[in-house]
Design a binder for this molecule. Structure first.
Ligand SMILES: [Zn+2]
Length: 255
């Protein structure tokens, strides 16, 4: 091949067909870039914020107030015997979209109770909360994180009408289906940073996670308390990681 024909080949005007193919590919690349940068791949991740031992001395006040600043709602697990019957806190939580669950009648370890006592702790507490606050109770929290491996307890929970029951000691794989063995991360003053990191990690891996709190107060009174500052840190992490805060009841709603 001489130089002249090589030159001609190299500078041959492109055919209309080849031009169309090139332009189409270019447009496709542009759209791919646009899609990639405008909407990064994202799947909604959920978190449920549960508050145990609710009912004592209006303890829901401070946590609910701070949650309100973030527009979050939680699940308050009430112990009937400890509940201040005259307090407006619980009705106001319900008005704000919070869910009320049962944490038994008198905070007993349900794994060692007679069947009669089980019905009292599990069914009577549910009925009391439903009638007092005019709500439907579908969630239960095991006191001392005991009883989730006891078949009699699970049968009574099902008969009583619960759909979800949560413990806090084991980290159980849970992906949001109805279950009486839902694990959760207890968030306490001494290890709240690592525990909230676990919640976020679980939520990323399984799509949903449960964080378990107790009181929020500056004097750190009571088991598992957090200061308002520490509690805010946890909520900040949840917001920064774009987790959607829901309740067990939300899992029952169609999409
Ligand atoms: Zn408790």
């Amino acid at each position: 091949m001489d130089y002249e024909s090589m030159f001609r080949k190299a500078f041959k005007p492109r055919s209309a067909f080849s031009l169309v193919v090139r332009v189409t590919i270019l447009i496709q690349i542009l759209f791919a870039c646009l899609f990639f940068f405008s909407s990064p791949p994202h799947t909604t991740r959920y978190v449920i914020l549960a508050f145990d031992d609710s009912g004592q001395d209006n303890q829901g006040d401070e946590s609910a107030r701070i949650m309100g600043e973030y527009g979050y709602k939680g699940v308050a697990f009430l112990v009937v015997e400890w509940a201040d019957k005259s307090s407006p806190v619980w009705s106001s939580l319900v008005e704000r979209g919070w869910e009320l669950g049962s944490h038994t009648w008198s905070h007993k370890n349900v794994s060692h109770l007679s069947t009669e006592m089980l019905y009292h702790e599990i069914l009577d507490s549910r009925n009391w909360i439903e009638q007092t606050f005019n709500v439907t109770v579908i969630s239960f929290a095991y006191p001392y994180s005991k009883g989730s491996d006891n078949q009699t307890v699970i049968r009574v929970l099902a008969e009583a009408g619960y759909l979800y029951a949560r413990e806090s000691m084991r980290r159980i794989e849970w992906e949001g289906a109805r279950s009486f063995q839902i694990g959760s991360c207890p968030i306490k003053h001494d290890d709240y940073e690592t525990q909230i990191a676990k919640v976020i990690d679980d939520s990323r891996k399984k799509g949903i996670a449960v964080a378990m709190f107790h009181r929020v107060n500056s004097d750190l009174e009571g088991w598992g308390s957090l200061t308002p500052q520490e509690f805010r840190y946890c909520l900040e992490q949840i917001r920064r990681n774009n987790l959607e805060v829901i309740t067990f009841k939300d899992l029952e709603k169609p999409d």
